[in-house]
Design a protein around this ligand. Sequence first.
Ligand code: NAD
Ligand code: UFG
Length: 353
Amino acid sequence: MSKILITGGTGYIGSHTVVELMESGYDVVIVDNLSNSTTAPLEGIKRITGRKPEFVEADCSDLGQMRALFERYPQIRSVIHFAALKAVGESVEKPLDYYRNNILSVINLLELLGKRGGNFVFSSSCTVYGQPDILPVTEESPIKKALSPYGNTKRIAENIIEDTVAAMGNINAIALRYFNPIGAHPSAEIGEYPVGKPDNLIPFITQTVRGIWEKLQIFGSDYNTPDGTAIRDYFHVVDLAKAHVVALERLLEDKNRKPYEVFNVGAGRGITVLEIVNTFERVTGQKVNYEFTRRRAGDIEKVWADTTLAEKELGWRAEKTLEEALLSAWKWEERLLRRKGKGKGKGKRDNEH
Ligand code: NAD
Ligand code: UFG
C-alpha cells in the first residue's frame, strides 16, 4: 500500500489533516523536526483515530535526511507539505532562516519525489495576493509583492513547484492557498499550540481569557470596514484538513485538469476582528478584555476568498460555522489548562515548561 508523507504533521494544520487522512483509510508517515511542535499530537491523534501514526524526526531542508527517509519508505508516492517556518515578524528579522528552511525543503522534496514520480500538495497562503484590488479574490487575482520574507517563500515555492512539475512530467501538484484557519478538533485532543506570545488572533483571545495576557490589543480601528477593524476569511481547521484529503484524492484519481493547480481555501466571507470578539463572547460566555491600538505593521485591511473554483473542481466548501470554530478553540484552550505541555520537542509554550 502506498504511503502519504506528511511533512510538518505534528504541527497545527498537519495534525488535523493526519486525522482526516487516517479516518479516510490512508496510511501516513509524518516527518517533522519539532522546531515548532512536540510529539504530543501523536498521542492526541491516537486517541481520536485509535492508531498512532508513524513518525520520523528529521529536517526537510536537509537533503541527506530526506534522501534517507525516501530510501526507508519506497512506498511514498504522495507528499503533503506543511513543514515551514511561519512567523511573519520573525521572518523580517531572520530572512535567511526562512528562505533556507522553507525553500530548501520544497526543493529537496520535489527532487526526491521526482525520482519516483507522484503527487505533491502544498500549503500556500492568501498572503500571495497582498491587499487585493478587487474582493473577493479569485485564483486569477494578481500576485502582489510579498509583504514579508515569509510571504515571499510562499510565492517563490509556488513558482518552484510550477516550474518543476512542468519540467519533470511525473509530478502532479496542487497548491492550496489558505485564508485564516482557526479552531481545533471537536474532541479537543489536538489543536493550535503557539510557542511564546501568539501572533494570531484566536490563540491570543483564548490565552487572554485564560489570563495569560492582560488584554487583547485590536490592531487598528480606523480601517475602511463596517466597524473599523480589519477583515479576514476565518474558517474551521477541520474543514481545511478535509480540503487536503479531497485535493490528494483528485491527484490520486487523475482528476486534475492540469499538472499544477491552485485553489483558494476559505469560507468565502469576510469577518472583522470585532465580530470575532463578539461571537467568541457569545458562544463561550467568556468576556474578552480588549483595547484598540494602532495598526500592526504590514497588515492588510481586508481579504476574503472567492471559493467557486474549489467548490466546482474539488467539490469542497467550508461546512462548519464560525461559532463551532470559536467554541472548539476555547474547548482546546480549556484542555491545555488542564494539561501541562507533554511530549518531546521544542515547540512548547514558555509558560508550560
Ligand atoms: P505549525 O508551525 O503548527 O506546523 C508546521 C510544522 O512544520 C511544525 O510542526 C514544525 O516543527 C515543522 N517544521 C518546520 N520546518 C521544518 C523542517 N525544516 N523540517 C521538518 N519539519 C519542519 O504551522 P501550521 O499553522 O500548521 O502551518 C502549516 C503550513 O501551513 C505552513 O507551511 C504554513 O506556512 C502554512 N499556512 C498556515 C496558515 C495559518 O494560518 N496557520 C496560513 C497559511 C499558510
Ligand atoms: N489581530 C489583532 N490582535 C492580535 C492578533 C491579530 O487585532 O493580537 C488582528 C490582525 O491585525 C488581523 C487579524 O487580527 O487584522 C488576523 O490576524 P492574524 O495574525 O490571526 O492573521 P493574518 O491574516 O494577519 O495572518 C495569517 C497568518 C499568516 C498568513 C496569513 C494568510 O498568520 O502567516 O494569515 O494566510 F500569511
